[in-house]
Design a protein around this ligand. Structure first.
Ligand code: A2P
Length: 275
């Protein structure tokens, strides 16, 4: 019968590891976020990343298509029914030049093997959790900010996000606002989340690089908390390579040590993946 055939056609994915896009939001001409259906078997820890992508155009000679994949932090928390991603758009980027055009109903490739170091398990117990991000490096923190375990384990959670311009902060700003106003999320967050956004190339109420504001002590003054110390403070870092290197030096200077899944310490680092 026709109906049964229709059902069968719909159930067959057209790509290997296909995931259907459910929502796309464009934040400005360089940033967008999107959601896909979560494969029922996919389990991950908030803060981890997966490989996602699209099929390449067919090879003109052989006609063969290969998957073009990049690492993307999952921006949604581990309990969510959908998977969210936050991405830059690079006009000549092999993947994002095409990925930016996806629409609800389209399929992307999602390799269901989440990994990563920005997980609560990779840190020793502490009082305060600092999330240091530049640009799209906020993605893993978008996940962790909605993770109940974070608020069970820490008394205070501070998100520091630095971008060039105000419009690049909007994704994070809206998310923090949502967490603080949503009935369920605000109960989980319990007033523990603090948000410290800065811009470096446009006027804003807080300016300057995360690194400079830490080194000068401005952050501690503004937030009314003592400088970082290895007894109380834990850090998670996600930004461009230069940023990661610079902030690691600063954290080392405060006596914090880099940890890993296998050896939890005071901070962990992950590169924000770009095209
Ligand atoms: P700046 O404007 O001073 O370069 P990008 O878009 O280049 O990835 O940068 C995102 C944000 O991260 C920008 O605000 C940029 O500041 C900041 N940034 C870049 N490199 C570093 C670094 N090494 N240390 C601290 N902040 C950095």
């Amino acid at each position: 019968p026709q109906a049964a055939a229709d059902v069968k056609t719909k159930a067959v994915p057209t790509l290997p590891d296909a995931a259907k896009v459910t929502e796309v939001k464009h934040w400005n001409d360089r940033l967008f976020s999107f959601k896909v259906e979560r494969p029922q078997t996919l389990r991950f820890r908030s803060g981890e990343f997966v490989m996602i992508g699209l099929m390449n155009d067919p090879d003109p000679k052989t006609g063969k298509q290969k998957p073009l994949l990049r690492a993307y932090s999952i921006a949604s928390p581990s309990w969510d029914e959908e998977l969210e991603f936050y991405s830059i758009k690079v006009q000549d980027g092999p993947l994002t030049s095409r990925l930016q055009h996806i629409q609800p109903g389209d399929e992307i490739i999602l390799r269901p093997k989440p990994v990563g170091t920005l997980v609560v398990d990779a840190l020793l117990p502490g009082k305060r959790l600092w999330m240091f991000a530049t640009g799209t490096g906020i993605a893993p923190f978008a996940s962790l900010m909605r993770e109940p375990e974070v608020y069970e384990k820490f008394e205070e959670v501070i998100l520091m996000h630095t971008c060039r311009e105000v419009s690049e902060l909007e994704y994070g700003r809206q998310l923090v606002e949502h967490i603080k106003s949503d009935e369920i999320l605000s109960e989980i967050e319990d007033g523990k989340l603090r948000y410290y956004p800065t811009t470096t190339r446009e006027a804003f109420h807080h300016k300057g690089r995360v690194t400079d504001n830490l080194a000068s002590g401005k952050v501690f003054e503004d937030l009314g908390i003592p400088p970082l110390c290895p007894e109380n403070d834990r850090g998670m870092v996600c930004g461009n390579l230069a940023f990661n290197k610079d902030i690691m030096k600063i954290l080392d200077g405060f006596g914090l040590r880099e940890g890993a899944n296998s050896e939890p310490k005071e901070y962990v680092v992950e590169k924000a993946f770009v095209d």
